[in-house]
Design a protein around this ligand. Structure first.
Ligand code: F6R
Length: 611
């Protein structure tokens, strides 16, 4: 979604703001802008498109004396991408940047129009800035005006404000959208994502819901939504990430795909440090939760939802635990019938996805055994608000299309399922050596990456296609869904996923020579046999078949298909982890053939912090 950075310093702030926006650009890239205070006046510069456009415009200004400023990169929600709609928005002496959505903005806009405010944009943010400006007239301090705003605004928001008449301070407010303060030496920073400040500081203050903060060079004063002065602890974190460096890769997506063997190993070792067992990883708190758990409810969005579907198969097949999976935006508005022996589990890369957070907050009122999160960001709202969490070790994922985060989520969930199965003494686990299962997983993923050459050879077949069909069965069906999502996201080819057995119940009507069909061949003998008869139906209709198949099975598969051969796996339950790799490569190389903007696909942004 959108990105916010800001700084209070004695040194010029413009370079920091532009670099900060570049680090956040993957979160939104429709338009960008900065507002700085110089000589007790606000200078605002905004431009359409990439941060590079803004940088070029800013270069024409002399802003050497500006040491306090805020900046924003936008992913349009209210109002099309345009300069007028770009942030910062101004009202009198003040300027604000804003992430999130103020849901009651139309009603507030009408009231403000009656008060004589004129609007230049169609955004909710311009309503917010005029509201705060109006509130300042009757408030003793900016903090009081911001508290009035937070009591009036509905929705989720993080707002940063500067006032040209209070030239040494910056104010922030957050509710529902992330905002972090970075503690510097004789300067302080703000950002919607701590990773963008990791090169400047290792000290962060994570604001809580409804907090307002006043920030100067050397002080950070925080008030809760009642207006009481509160202490928020400084968290120490080393978040150094070299965002600027794609290494030898042309795109972050490819770099992140190739990081998978390493981050899979790091994720395995996060729970099972070398030489230790999964049983040792289970804390007393986990054990107490596991003892009460008879069912699991998983909630997530997008790729994380697909991981949830794979995990549900594992929970049922390996641990014998009935599991439901729901899309967070559906779960939060549906009546839930909760059995009091159910564990509530969220999965999220960012830990800031608005729908997943809302689902968690709803779940907290429904009597689950506990709330548990699988997440990639240690200090995210999801982790902070869940009873327990398991962290993946994917590192920063910059490409909008998730790859390494997806794979590491599956690794962590497999560990969690196995730990729970062991705790229950699940008979399904008999004969499975849990430690051995992970022993050479990262090498298998490395080998799966070698399919890149085969994938490059077939990517051209997809270039001019408008549709594609992905088929899988069992735990490979969610992998087919993820493959279809990836192709849609970055290649803009319409793709659907089906469990192969469903084909003849409708989608077979679509199959002809223009419909490539990508299928994953299961390890399970029975499923493979059934799948082959489903695939014969495709071939009979002239469909072009591409089969992802394990090298041990390949000789037994004689259908006329282009085969993409992945390494033989040790256990059928590991198949989602290796079969997923060629599908990531397929979407990448098809998008490359088409010349698309792979890391920043149209209409999308990383981390969906609005509903
Ligand atoms: C797809 C993708 C999205 C996210 C979804 C949830 O490549 O990245 O579908 O998976 O927006 O995000 P998180 O996992 O941050 O909650």
């Amino acid at each position: 979604m959108c990105g916010i950075v800001g700084k209070v310093s004695t040194k010029p702030c413009v370079e920091f703001l532009i670099n900060g926006l570049k680090r956040l650009e993957y979160r939104g890239y429709d338009s960008a802008g900065i507002a700085v205070i110089q000589n007790n006046e606000i200078t605002r510069i905004r431009s359409l498109g990439k941060v590079a456009n803004l940088e070029a415009e800013v270069a024409a200004f002399d802003l050497e004396k500006a040491s306090v400023g805020i900046a924003h990169t936008r992913w349009a929600t209210h109002g099309e991408p345009s300069v007028e709609n770009a942030h910062p928005h101004k009202s009198g002496n003040i300027a604000i940047v804003h992430n999130g959505i103020i849901e009651n903005y139309l009603e507030l806009r009408k009231e403000l129009e009656k008060e004589g405010y004129n609007f230049e944009s169609t955004t909710d943010t311009e309503v917010a800035v005029h509201f705060i400006h109006h509130a300042l007239k009757t408030s003793k301090s900016p903090v009081e005006a911001l508290l009035k705003a937070s009591r009036t605004f509905h929705g989720a928001y993080a707002i940063a404000m500067i006032d040209s008449q209070i030239a040494d301070k910056m104010y922030v407010i957050r509710s529902g959208s992330p905002l972090v303060i970075g503690v510097g030496e004789n300067e302080n920073y703000i950002s919607s994502d701590s990773l963008s400040l990791g090169h400047l500081t290792e000290e962060f203050i994570y604001l809580e819901e409804g907090d307002v903060a006043e920030i100067t060079l050397n002080t950070i004063t925080v008030y809760n939504n009642e207006g009481d002065l509160v202490k928020r602890e400084i968290q120490h974190e080393n978040l150094q990430v070299d965002h600027a460096d794609k290494g030898d890769f042309d795109h972050y997506m490819l770099k992140e795909i190739y990081e998978q063997p390493h981050v899979v190993q790091t994720t395995i070792e996060r729970l099972m440090p070398q030489g230790s067992t999964l049983a040792q990883a289970v804390s007393r708190q986990h054990a107490a939760i596991f003892s009460k758990t008879k069912r699991v409810q998983i909630v997530a969005c997008g790729s994380s939802y697909h991981v949830g579907l794979v995990a549900a198969e594992w929970f049922e097949q390996i641990a014998g635990i009935a599991t439901k999976v729901d899309i967070a935006s559906e779960y939060r508005y549906r009546r839930q019938m909760v059995d009091n022996d159910t564990l509530f589990l969220t999965i999220s890369q960012s830990g800031e996805t608005a729908d997943t957070l809302a689902a968690l907050r709803k779940a907290q009122t429904l009597g689950y055994v506990a709330t548990m999160a699988v997440c990639n960001v240690a200090h995210s709202s999801l982790v902070r608000e869940s009873d327990v969490s398991f962290l993946t070790a994917a590192g920063a994922e910059v490409s909008v299309a998730s790859t390494k985060a997806f794979t590491t989520q599956m690794v962590t969930l497999l560990q969690l399922v196995l730990a729970l199965a062991m705790h229950r003494g699940a008979p399904e686990l008999k004969g499975v050596d849990t430690e051995l299962l992970f022993a050479d997983l990262s090498e298998h993923i490395e080998l799966a990456l070698k399919t890149a050459e085969q994938i490059k050879n077939i990517a051209g077949d997809f270039k001019d296609k408008n549709h594609a069909l992905f088929l899988g069965r069992g735990e490979l069906f969610p992998i087919a869904m993820e493959g279809a999502l990836k192709l849609k996201e970055i290649s803009y080819i319409h793709a659907e996923a089906y469990p192969a057995g469903e084909l003849k119940h409708g989608p077979l009507a679509l199959v002809d020579e223009n419909m490539p069909v990508i299928t994953m061949i299961n390890h399970d003998e029975l499923l493979m046999e059934k799948l082959i008869s489903n695939l014969n139906e495709v071939i009979t209709r002239g469909g072009k078949l591409y089969a992802i198949i394990d090298e041990a099975l390949a000789p037994k598969f004689n259908l006329p298909a282009k085969k993409i051969i992945v390494p033989a796996i040790k256990h059928e339950h590991l198949a989602p982890l290796t079969y997923n790799i060629p599908l990531q490569l397929l979407s990448y190389y098809v998008a490359l053939e088409k010349g698309e903007n792979i890391d920043q696909p149209r209409n999308l942004a990383k981390s969906v912090t609005v509903e």
